[in-house]
Every structure is written in C-alpha cells, then in structure tokens.
Design a binder for this molecule. Structure first.
Ligand SMILES: Nc1ncnc2c1ncn2[C@@H]1O[C@H](COP(=O)(O)OP(=O)(O)OP(=O)(O)O)[C@@H](O)[C@H]1O
Length: 224
C-alpha cells in the first residue's frame, strides 16, 4: 500500500548534535498525525527533513510513493508544491512588502498556472476559502491580525494544490480566542480536500481534539 507519507529511520545531525535519531512514521490522505514532545526533542527538525528543507543524514522519506532523499533539487522541484509548510509565526512566512493577493498569487505564477483571465479569480477563491474578505487582498501582512495572517499563509499554501501540509505549531503564536477558528478552518479544509496533516504541537488539549493519531518524541526518537 502506498502511504501519503512514509518516513523510515530518519536521522538528522547538526554538527555533533543528533536532532532526529531514527524516526519512522506514516500518514494517510485525510489523516492528522500529531507530533508531540518537549522543546528541543526534534519535532521541527523532523518537519524540515520531511519537507526536504533540511536534507536528512540518513533514512528515507517517501511521499506519494516517491523516495525524496535521493532526488536532486531539480528532481524535487515539481514535487515541492504538493507538500507545503505552515509555520508558527504567521508574519514570518509572508513577505512584509507584498500585498496578500500577490503572496497568494506567487505560487500560481512560479508554477506556471497563472493567467490574467483566471488568476485573480483563483486568488479571490482562495482568500474566500480561508475566510478572508476580498478587501484583505490589498493589505500587507502587518495590516492583518495574527489569525488573519495565518489564514493568508494557509491560502498561499493551498495555491499550490498540496496533498500534505506540515503544520509546525500553526496556532501557538495566536491569541487563544482565534486559535479555534484557525483549527476549525484546517479541519474543514482537510474534510473537503483530503489533505494529510503532519501536525506539530505541544498543547495536549489541542492535540487530543485535533489529531487522529499522536506520536510522542523524546531526544530525537519516537516513544511508544
Ligand atoms: N539550526 C540548528 N543548528 C544547530 N542545532 C540545532 C538547529 N536547529 C535545532 N537544533 C538543535 O536540534 C535539537 C532539536 O531541535 P528542534 O528545533 O528540532 O526541536 P523541537 O522539538 O522542534 O523544539 P521546539 O518545540 O522548541 O521548537 C535541539 O537540541 C536544538 O538545539
């Protein structure tokens, strides 16, 4: 059976520090797997290695059946849109000088899927899909609240038509009052689009509510 994501014996070193020490996990379409554990245990490094934003030192990452670690950057390029990150800091993931509509349009343009006839409509649809009124498209990130900005980041991720979202503490930096709204949005998107979520979070209540399965990490390893 081909999993959406199949990670085997992943190892990542930073110099003499072994941040990830033999992590194996699988994820199916439409499923949320939470990665929980204390600060410094290697959760973010696992996320980066899955996305091939940090190339692992050993192990395999199969995404939709394709083994990524042996691919060159050039070979990875067509696959990258299908696995999108959403990071903790909503402002950090958007260029502060770009209007929201341009940030959401950029993946479409880079991937050759932009036309003047259809592109603006697609951007408006994506903003609507994440609960942002069209007028937000003209704003820049600092003119949005943290929750609105995270929604814009999610719209930008969706512009690539991903199958997998790697969500690294996506609501931890948000005001508690807006967290539930963003989590509900993520749940709706998963229902509609069948996205797989690798969800990094150390808030037990959120994990219990949101995840289908939870794996716990300690000192670079999964504990069972
Ligand atoms: N760029 C880096 N260079 C050197 N060491 C790093 C780097 N990034 C992380 N580390 C180290 O690797 C280990 C795992 O860090 P990582 O950020 O993956 O953990 P984490 O579980 O995501 O922590 P947090 O919840 O605090 O984000 C830690 O010991 C950390 O100090």
């Amino acid at each position: 059976m081909t999993h959406l994501l199949d990670v085997r014996d992943l190892v990542v070193h930073y110099g003499t520090v072994t941040a990830v020490d033999g992590v194996s996990l699988t994820l199916e379409p439409g499923e949320t797997l939470a990665l929980d554990g204390p600060s410094g245990c290697g959760k973010s490094t696992t996320a980066l290695a899955v996305l091939q934003l940090r190339r692992p030192d050993a192990g395999e990452v199969r995404f939709e059946g394709v083994e990524l670690t042996s691919l060159t950057e050039r070979e990875l390029r067509p696959l990258r849109p299908r696995m999108q990150p959403v990071f903790q800091d909503p402002y950090g993931s958007l260029n502060p000088r770009h209007r929201i509509r341009d940030a959401v349009a950029e993946p479409l343009k880079v991937q050759g899927r932009w036309t003047e006839a259809d592109g603006p409509t697609r951007v408006a649809e994506l903003l609507d899909r994440v609960g942002l009124a069209p007028s937000y498209g003209a704003r820049r990130p600092h003119e949005l609240s943290g929750g609105q900005c995270q929604r814009a980041g999610i719209a930008r991720a969706l512009a690539s038509d991903p199958r997998l979202l790697v969500l690294d503490e996506p609501v931890s930096a948000l005001d508690p009052s807006v967290r539930a709204g963003v989590l509900n949005l993520l749940a709706d998107l998963q229902d509609d689009l069948g996205l797989g979520y690798l969800f990094i979070c150390h808030d037990r209540a959120v994990v219990r509510h949101f995840a289908d399965r939870v794996v716990e990490m300690r000192d670079g390893r999964l504990v069972t």
